[in-house]
Design a binder for this molecule. Structure first.
Ligand SMILES: Cc1ncc(COP(=O)(O)O)c(C=O)c1O
Length: 420
């Protein structure tokens, strides 16, 4: 007799919440008091001691020459594209499977996003599709290191350099991920990080751009700070049409402390994710995305599982997600949807270059991203893996209970849709 499901009235398998995020302690409290007492709370006028200190520490952590702080991951992308000095209307090839900010920043920088599909295993930008999409007006490639994967940092930098294109990495999910020993954000001309509340490194809001060339870094500091050209940060010609996108000293001070915690948190998550991986080896129907051996340090902003409905009596992915939720497991399916599903980026001559290139709307199709979004993936947020081994035991028990109850789930399907 299969166990009853919480969705059908049984008690949820997990009644307690999982680990709370973000983590903080005395170090963050004293950092905030330090800023309070300094009376220097913003990013202008100087000194912005905390922002500079965090920028240096973050650049050292990534082993890059510079990091420039700003207000968010979205503005980090905008600033990087502006600092790259792309021509108005230039095409930027990017992934069809990401948060809206990735493509929106391209439009906000006065360029046109050219989305292409993702690879089956990593769900990151497909280098073959990138090569096929390069045209006369292409000036940059913008991959996203998604969830627990990294984009192909062998092939994409090589393609960018062969075609003289800028490479801007969206590292919003990948603080500290490494590919062949090198950090996400250290391969491109620019690496764009988000420090928004859910991210692996957070001050509630915030962003940073890793950058290799002195002149690019100085241009970014100027763009962030209303176009000011400060002595010592002026190694570029001309003036920048800047914004005020300065991070506050409060945020920077918190980020300095959070950065000290980051590697320990990565290690704790990895241990728990490995525990889950071992359990799933003998569990039909749910698999981890395969690990790319070139990714020498995997991070786990979200851990993506691949779902096979055949092992769950044919139950659609969204119904299984609702059953997991009812059992007390936070998880997502439509974390992102393919870009063409967003009315902002529908096939339209004003907002995308496809028509000018002779494409039709039937070419505007991203089957790998579509399957991932609607049928095959289950996203588990990182804080699930910051607790003890018993948390992973509960996750596995939830999977087992729902699979054992799959026939009754098929017979009495839930209504509605999971939150994302
Ligand atoms: C892949 C990706 N890029 C960019 C961003 C934008 O970051 P922010 O929310 O800090 O603006 C996010 C945020 O969720 C993201 O997930």
């Amino acid at each position: 007799m299969p166990e009853a499901l919480a969705l059908h009235g049984a008690s949820p398998l997990r009644a307690r919440p999982f680990a709370a995020w973000p983590e903080f302690g005395g170090a963050e409290r004293s950092a905030l008091e330090r800023v309070l007492a300094s009376r220097s709370w913003g990013g202008h006028p100087s000194p912005n001691t905390e922002a500079r200190a965090f920028s240096r520490a973050f650049a050292d952590y990534l082993e890059v020459e510079h990091a420039v702080t700003c207000t968010s991951g979205t503005t980090a992308l905008l600033l990087a594209l502006q600092a790259a000095r792309l021509s108005p209307g230039a095409e930027v090839i990017t992934t069809a499977y990401s948060f809206v900010a990735t493509a929106a920043a391209i439009v906000q920088a006065g360029c046109l996003p050219v989305p292409v599909d993702v690879e089956e295993d990593s769900l990151c930008l497909d280098p073959d599709a990138v090569e096929a999409a390069i045209g006369d007006r292409t000036e940059a490639i913008l991959p996203v290191h998604l969830a627990c994967s990294m984009a192909d940092m062998d092939r994409l930098p090589a393609i960018a350099s062969r075609h003289g294109l800028a490479l801007v990495e969206d590292c919003a999910h990948a603080h500290g991920a490494r590919f062949r020993g090198r950090a996400a954000g250290s391969f491109g001309d620019f690496g764009c990080f988000s420090m928004q509340s859910t991210k692996l490194l957070t001050a509630g809001e915030g962003g940073a751009i890793s950058v290799r060339k002195d002149a690019d870094a100085d241009r970014l500091w100027s763009l962030v700070d209303c176009g000011r050209k400060e002595p010592g940060f002026d190694s570029f010609e001309g003036r920048m049409l800047g914004h005020n996108l300065r991070i506050s000293e409060w945020q920077a001070a918190v980020l300095r402390e959070q950065l000290r915690r980051l590697d320990d948190q990565h290690a704790r998550r990895r241990e728990r994710v490995e525990q889950l991986e071992r359990a799933l080896r003998s569990f039909p129907g749910l698999d981890m995305l395969p690990a790319d051996p070139r990714v020498s340090a995997r991070t786990h902003y979200q851990t993506i599982l691949r779902y096979d409905r055949d092992a769950f009596s044919g139950v659609p992915r969204d119904h299984v997600l609702l059953a997991f939720h009812a059992e007390g497991l936070p998880c997502f399916g439509r974390f992102y949807v393919p870009i063409d599903e967003d009315p902002l980026f529908a096939f339209d001559p004003l907002t995308n270059p496809g028509l000018g290139r002779g494409l039709s709307s039937s070419d505007w199709d991203f089957p790998v991203a579509r399957r991932a979004a609607y049928e095959e993936t289950i996203w588990l947020p990182h804080e699930l893996f910051l607790g003890g081994p018993e948390d992973v035991d509960d996750i596995v028990s939830i999977f087992e209970r729902v699979r054992a109850g799959a026939e009754s789930l098929a017979a009495r399907p839930p209504s509605g849709r999971p939150p994302r």
